[in-house]
Design a protein around this ligand. Structure first.
Ligand SMILES: NC(=O)c1ccc[n+]([C@@H]2O[C@H](COP(=O)([O-])OP(=O)(O)OC[C@H]3O[C@@H](n4cnc5c(N)ncnc54)[C@H](OP(=O)(O)O)[C@@H]3O)[C@@H](O)[C@H]2O)c1
Length: 327
């Protein structure tokens, strides 16, 4: 029987158990995929702890790459034997084989190996919708400064390179000098070690006192207030994650006082709502990676059975770039 990683209850990494599961035939609109690599994402931690609650028992994981084994009725864009990858709901990617909705699955170009595919879909599609589609009033122009937190992480290192390709001046924050150096090497125009430096003061200094047009904040609770301070009037706050905990309730009056600010709390899965939008975003990502403008760094590899250690490392801020689990 194929193996999968499940939780029976919300909690710490010790809840992640290797179990055997039965996997049937795909139904209408579904596909069965054998995984060659699975991606690790911070959202998996929110789902393990119960910050984002799914029905239990739950197989975690939202990203993987592999080969199609069978397709269900009505699936026309996939065929058995095809190399594929996905970032998708519902969770269930931490496994050897699964049946899932075919809508979210795209063909993996020949030049991209399975590990890279598994390491880039959720994080790369996130950067795609953040930098291309989640822009301030008037859009982003070459030379504009943007502030991007956790710039040496999985999403962060892709964002550094993508922003450079768009001609943006990405100001990246990270928690150590080594991580800052890595973000700089991968395309950040400026870096700030937010464990040592006051990032608001540094952003003001870098932008000649004006502030940035947009902040991409995935840290949440710990950075929210100070991130708002980095925005210029009419700037956009993109709060897209909660690595340090959820953002507390806010007063709308704060947005007026700081200069008619805009706020959005986006999620990738709104952007992946249709097969057409998923394919268009994936084509953009494959083009960025295929052309070499974005390189996917896999800095951590684990066996599927070692997933608890992978979660500990990600939670303890020990990782850089992407991590993959190998079934
Ligand atoms: N809304 C969406 O559509 C969407 C999609 C994908 C990802 N995300 C979010 O994007 C963020 C990055 O995801 P990722 O998978 O690429 O993870 P990651 O950036 O590789 O790892 C998270 C990083 O956050 C930083 N961090 C700051 N405070 C932290 C804390 N209290 N605990 C743990 N880490 C902390 C750490 O970097 P430093 O040591 O440098 O501080 C850590 O390495 C996550 O918040 C995730 O939820 C959102």
């Amino acid at each position: 029987m194929p193996k999968a990683i499940q939780i029976q209850q919300f909690g710490g990494p010790e809840q992640l158990q290797l179990v055997e599961v039965s996997v049937g035939e795909p139904g209408p609109g579904e596909v069965r995929i054998r995984h060659y690599a699975c991606g690790l994402n911070f959202i998996d931690i929110y789902q393990r702890t119960g910050l984002y609650q799914g029905a239990l028992p739950l197989t975690l994981g939202m990203e993987a790459a592999g080969v199609v084994e069978a397709v269900g009725e009505g699936v026309t864009h996939l065929r058995p034997g095809q190399r594929v990858a996905y970032a998708s709901q519902p969770p269930g990617a931490y496994c050897e084989v699964r049946v899932m909705p075919a809508r979210c699955v795209v063909e993996l170009p020949d030049g991209i190996d399975f590990e890279t595919g598994a390491a880039m879909m959720l994080k790369g599609l996130t950067v795609q919708y953040l930098l291309r589609k989640t822009q301030p009033q008037g859009g982003l122009q070459e030379g504009d400064h943007v502030l991007f937190h956790a710039a040496a992480g999985g999403v962060g290192l892709i964002a550094c390179q993508w922003a450079r390709a768009m001609g943006l001046q990405l100001i990246g924050t990270a928690g150590s000098d080594e991580k800052c150096a890595l973000a700089r090497e991968m395309g950040a125009a400026h870096v700030i070690n937010y464990n040592k430096e006051d990032f608001v003061a540094r952003v003001k200094e870098i932008t000649g006192g004006r502030g940035v047009k947009v902040v991409y904040d995935s840290i949440g609770k710990e950075t929210w207030e100070r991130s708002l301070e980095c925005l210029r009037p009419l700037g956009l706050m993109v709060s897209y994650g909660n690595a340090s905990g959820p953002v507390p309730p806010i007063s709308l009056a704060t947005l007026a006082a700081k200069g008619s600010l805009y706020v959005t709390r986006p999620t990738l899965f709104t952007h992946l709502a249709t097969r057409e939008s998923t394919q268009a975003m994936a084509d953009d990502l494959f083009d960025m990676v295929g052309s070499g403008r974005v390189k996917i760094r896999i800095d951590q590899r684990y066996r599927l059975a070692e997933v608890a250690q992978a979660h500990r490392d990600l939670e303890a801020r020990k990782t850089t770039g992407s991590s993959v689990l190998l079934p």
